[in-house]
Write a protein that binds this ligand. Sequence first.
Ligand code: CNA
Length: 256
Amino acid sequence: MQDDIIDKVVNKINESKNITVFTGAGISTNCGIPDFRSENGLYNMVKKKYDLPYPEAIFDINYFLKDPKPFFDLSKGLFGNNIEPSISHKFIAWLESINKISLVMTQNIDMLHSKAGNKKVIECHGTYKSAHCIRCDKIYELQDIENDLKNGNVPECSCGSIIKPDIVFFGEQLPKEFYKVYESPPATDLLLVMGTSLMVQPAAGFALKLSQSFPSILVNLEPTYYDDSFTYVINEDLDKFSKQVWNKLEELSINK
Ligand code: CNA
């Protein structure tokens, strides 16, 4: 790994008290959940598997209203109690446990930051935790539709319409709490961006806006179009990065 940059990044994290973290699908690929745009990602997979007009249609609200089956078939693999947080999720949870985290803004819908123990999380693209009927708006909990999700079935409301998990599709508004922190970001002295191509707006705009005002670290396997916006860029597997940085931070705290 780029050792000189790693040491600078370790020092930066060590001296920071208010780290704002922004994560994407790349933090969960080592948990067995594919991301969108990598070679083995969901977009290439859905292109082959389903008869869609374009791959993004699987997460497009207008397409979902016409045909929800591909989305629910895909959800089988995205959703499961046996999926465990990665080292990187645990690293961020550890940073929160030692009071270094201001906020974790995640684009992910897999709930793995909460499962790892983070409390200060905004899931800006929603999650499967709750759902609602697209016709009568009846609210459902995950457990009400869990069996359907695990089996790839389309869950049906008592009114006969479709129950849609509360994840944000293309064409839908992000939750109010996203716009609130977009306008008034939390106290931040360091921005840490992990595992995202920064291609999905407006979510990516949150990280890009903060990167203009604060020192920033981007860790992503591949270069992004926005690498120039960050103070430090590390093109590396996230778990490898997190493990190395976590070890070095623990060494620093022991030697204090
Ligand atoms: P993306 O556009 O697929 O980008 C992911 C990035 O992560 C890529 O640039 C990869 O190079 C990088 N990456 C993949 N694996 C690793 C790794 N092990 N270490 C370091 N980097 C890695 O996905 P984004 O998150 O940028 O796009 C936002 C979408 C993805 C949001 O709407 C999510 O809801 C959606 N999504 C979420 C999940 C999930 O919840 N786990 C899975 C797939 C897609």
